[in-house]
Design a binder for this molecule. Sequence first.
Ligand code: LLP
Length: 435
Amino acid sequence: MHHFHYSNQNLHCESVDLAAVARLYGTPTYVYSATTIGENYRRLADCLPGLDVGICYAVKANSNLAVLRHLHNLGAGFDLVSQGEIRRVLAVGGDLSRSVFAGVGKSEDEIRLALASGIMAFHVESEPELARINHVAGTMDCVAPVAIRINPDVDARTHAKITTGKSGNKFGIPLAQAERVHEALGKLKHLRLRGVQMHIGSQLTEVAPFVDAVGKAAPFVAELKQGHDLEYFSIGGGLGVVYHDALASGRAEWWNVQAAGQRPLTPETYGAALAPLLKPLGLKILLEHGRFITANAGVLLSRVEYLKRSEGKNFLVIDAAMNDLVRPAMYESWHDIVPLQRDTSRRALIADVVGPICETSDCFAKDRQLQELGEGELLAIMSAGAYGFSMASRYNSRPLPAEVIVKGSTFELINARESTEQMLANEKVPTFLRG
Ligand code: LLP
């Protein structure tokens, strides 16, 4: 569910005409719907009725300060993976005592910062990491809260690059070793066990892998709970969203995924399947979803530069590129592409939608059927609110795009388009190269 829709043939975000946003702030520009984010958040928070649920929003999905502040206002904690993400949450007054610090490569500095900021727990991925956290906590004369991240060896049946819970992935501790790690932890006096965590992958569209993983982990969690004041079990994130529209299959309401015959994995289905396994544990349950909260809450606005007609092939060259949104190039992912101004009298165009970057992978869609569009016309790349701006780069020396948030009929710039001066600010030519 989201709040992007056509009104008088013009694509709107909530009550804002997206063409007005493009005119004011230029393109490429990300636009987020605050209402959609709020609704997605609440659906997740309510998906396990009767259980004590905490949401640790995965900041990596969309880390704009406005988005973080919005989620903080709604009561979210955060799933953090770097010093930069910790600083972002601190910058918006976010609550570190409800946030967790994950990742296989936590540096000493990051551990120190997380401890000093009152982190709820470190999600520990290896024995050497346990030793390091214990050491840093010792130098700070404190006890570090930790949770063991287990790898349940479950196939998440998602894209290979975003599968994380299979043996052979770099993440987590295999269940067979988890007992040993737990014993090692018991001997380290600057550590305190607070929970168990797992995360099996991203963009999961079936509930079965979640059920398998929780089923595999539950006996270990129950066993640990007997000997400890275990407080929580975090089952990670990973809930997939529907990226495909119905326009391609000839339906008018492209956002109506049910009508398109695609059954999204809803938080309600997910919660109903997992509740019977989680309830008997008697623990707080943490959810670390990122994509579900922000993906369908954002679009990337772009402008057509050229319609290039080649032999037997059309290329719609737009001003957004793989540096702005890398998902299609990196994961062959599908994003709907729709005109900001819909005109049903126009002919259809079948084209590759490409950016200006000098490599063939700079392609958002292949042989996509669109309404015919020409130079200067505007379009939106849908479902770009997660892993969009947060994965953007400056490849081809293209400055980072702008970001805008909408609430009802108001909108505000929340990240100005980077200027060339800002892009070059930290670089310099060394003295020995100056002529
Ligand atoms: N928790 C942990 C420990 C994670 O590693 C991740 C994502 C999440 C939670 C949130 O997962 P989500 O609910 O967003 O699926 N760049 C890729 C996705 C990478 C996900 C990495 N980890 C993409 O654009 O599809």
